[in-house]
Ligand binder design. Structure first.
Ligand code: FA5
Ligand code: MG
Length: 426
């Protein structure tokens, strides 16, 4: 891990609590300001309606949504069997408060605690944080729904799963849905050691049937014309299952939905690793878990063109939505964009990750930045120094930006780069 630069203060305050900083602290004021907002719990907000829609598919599950995003790296990674060298742990990819505390990168962080609590079927919605690029579909904070169900690993449990599978199969057979499936198990996507292959297969089947039913509820309403959006009434819902990998499930899958001409990645899931349940002190159970991102689904369902809009406080955005209804977003006028390039030499023995650059821009420009592209990078043949050129696209969603305002922001970005990363601006 590498440090992201000198720090101004010995402590930082998040939701009224002070935390000591250290040499890996990389959480920024702009990220800290998002922690209290909890968009998934705001009445009328599209993310809240989508969460309710998902919860209504699982009426007999526990519905959780108020766990703190501040967790230990142990909870976020180790407890879920992530290997020590997993890239997600890097300071370039995750937000650290200090070496002992971070912002959760996924809702799976809470699996062990929720199972330990004795819950056997539950949904959990929360804000998650990842350092990433800047564009219309990436934002450093987004929202996930985690779901899980575990059964008794005995003959009665197997009977329960098989009966539920038969029920769901009969339900789905009547629906206008086309499913591209994958085998429940393969050489590269194995049944776990200690799992009965028949039981594991039935659980994987239950996971797929349950999620297909949920996707039909979310996207299928559109096809039946209940929801005011663009899916043609005659079109079947197309769902594609793909083999996948997660450290805490096996076998594992990803699901995509064909929507408005494109395959959209919706979620990851699988049969819960025995290690997760063992750590939670749960014995004699087998089951499934999934984790789904709300923003990408909401963007297509509501025709919301830019992920920043979810954070808008503008009445022209907020007043368009009503709890429980999916309606097409009507964009208000699009304001002009303003491109600014910045080129610089990196100090010879220091590094600056693209995500570091994006966080500097995000921290200074906030939601006035629409996207950031690296347009050039080269190494000088003689001096061996690296030059980067980034193009920043500034555009407000709510108003026109003045030239002075953008120049001022750009100057601050350049200053911060020099200060924090010792770059030499060209
Ligand atoms: C996970 O986060 C796993 N925890 C999911 C899981 C849960 C697997 C339980 C197995 C069992 P992944 O990083 O692929 O996996 O993210 C899951 C979903 O979150 C994605 O399918 C996508 O819908 C959404 N997502 C991921 N990254 C972003 C992003 N940067 N912006 C918006 N949505 C995202
Ligand atoms: Mg993924």
């Amino acid at each position: 891990m590498s440090s992201t630069g000198p720090l101004l203060s010995k402590t930082i305050e998040i939701m009224g609590e002070k935390y000591p900083t250290d040499n890996i602290t990389n959480i920024t004021p702009s990220i800290i300001s998002k922690v209290p907002l909890r968009l998934h719990a705001r009445p009328n907000h599209p993310l809240s309606t989508l969460r309710s829609l998902i919860e209504s598919t699982y009426p007999d599950f526990a519905h959780l949504s108020s766990l703190s995003p501040i967790v230990t790296p142990f909870k976020n990674f180790d407890e879920l069997s992530f290997p020590a060298d997993h890239p997600g742990r890097a300071v370039t990819d995750s937000y650290y408060i200090n070496k002992d505390l971070m912002l959760r990168t996924h809702t799976s962080t809470h699996e062990v605690d929720t199972f330990r609590d004795g819950k056997t079927k539950w949904l959990l919605t929360a804000d998650v944080y990842r350092r990433d690029e800047i564009d219309a579909s990436h934002y450093p904070v987004f929202h996930q729904v985690e779901g899980a169900k575990i059964f008794d690993a005995n003959a009665d449990g197997l009977k329960e799963v098989e009966e539920d599978n038969a029920r769901l199969e009969a339900l789905l057979a009547k629906e206008n849905i086309v499913i591209e499936d994958v085998p429940n198990v393969s050489d590269t996507n194995p049944v776990q050691e200690g799992h009965d292959p028949k039981f594991s297969g039935a659980v994987a089947r239950n996971l797929k049937l349950s999620l297909n039913t949920m996707l039909l509820k979310i996207f299928g309403q559109a096809t039946r014309g209940i929801v005011d959006n663009k899916v043609g009434k005659e079109e079947p819902l197309r769902v594609r299952w793909i083999e996948s990998y997660f450290p805490f499930t096996s076998p594992s899958f990803e699901v995509e939905v064909f929507y408005q001409g494109e395959w959209l990645e919706i979620l990851g899931c699988g049969v819960v690793k025995r290690a997760t349940l063992d750590t939670a002190g749960v014995q004699g159970k087998i089951g499934w878990a999934f984790g789904l991102g709300l923003e990408r689904i909401a963007m297509v369902l509501y025709s919301i063109p830019d992920i920043r809009l979810f954070w808008s406080m503008d009445e022209r955005f907020l007043s368009q939505f009503e709890q429980g209804r999916i309606t097409t977003f009507k964009p208000y006028s699009k304001y002009p964009s303003c491109f600014k390039d910045v080129s610089f030499w990196l100090p010879q023995y220091a590094s600056l990750h693209d995500n570091d650059f994006c966080d500097v821009v995000r921290d200074i420009a906030g939601d006035l930045v629409e996207d950031v592209k690296k347009i050039d990078q080269f190494v000088h043949p003689k001096t061996n120094r690296t030059s980067n050129c980034f193009r920043i696209n500034y555009r407000s969603m709510d108003r026109s930006l003045s030239n002075e305002e953008v120049n001022d922001i750009q100057d601050q970005v350049v200053l911060r780069l020099k200060d924090q990363f010792q770059v030499e601006v060209r």
